[in-house]
Design a protein around this ligand. Structure first.
Ligand code: SF4
Ligand code: SF4
Length: 71
């Protein structure tokens, strides 16, 4: 299990890299432009821009994203 974690003052985002297949759905659909792909995996590079809408959790086809505001 390889899970990477990002934290801002308000939220925590975890992505399970055993599940992420680089679909980029989170990159394309996040209204805050929080995500980008690095080496074929999503990273929450701009987590400070998160507006806690939970779209990323809903659109990820692999259920790879865990978001502290969306549980
Ligand atoms: S909760 Fe919304 S704004 Fe925050 S990372 Fe997910 S899609 Fe982007
Ligand atoms: S939507 Fe899910 S599977 Fe696709 S890049 Fe983002 S975290 Fe990975």
């Amino acid at each position: 299990m390889s899970v990477k974690t990002w934290k801002s003052d308000e939220v925590t985002i975890e992505i399970d890299y055993d599940k992420c297949n680089g679909s980029a759905m989170c990159v394309d659909q996040c209204p805050g432009e929080v995500y980008e792909l690095q080496d074929g995996k999503a990273v929450a590079a701009y987590i400070d821009q998160c507006i806690q809408c939970c779209t990323c959790v809903e659109v990820c086809p692999q259920a790879a994203i865990t978001h502290s505001a969306c549980e």
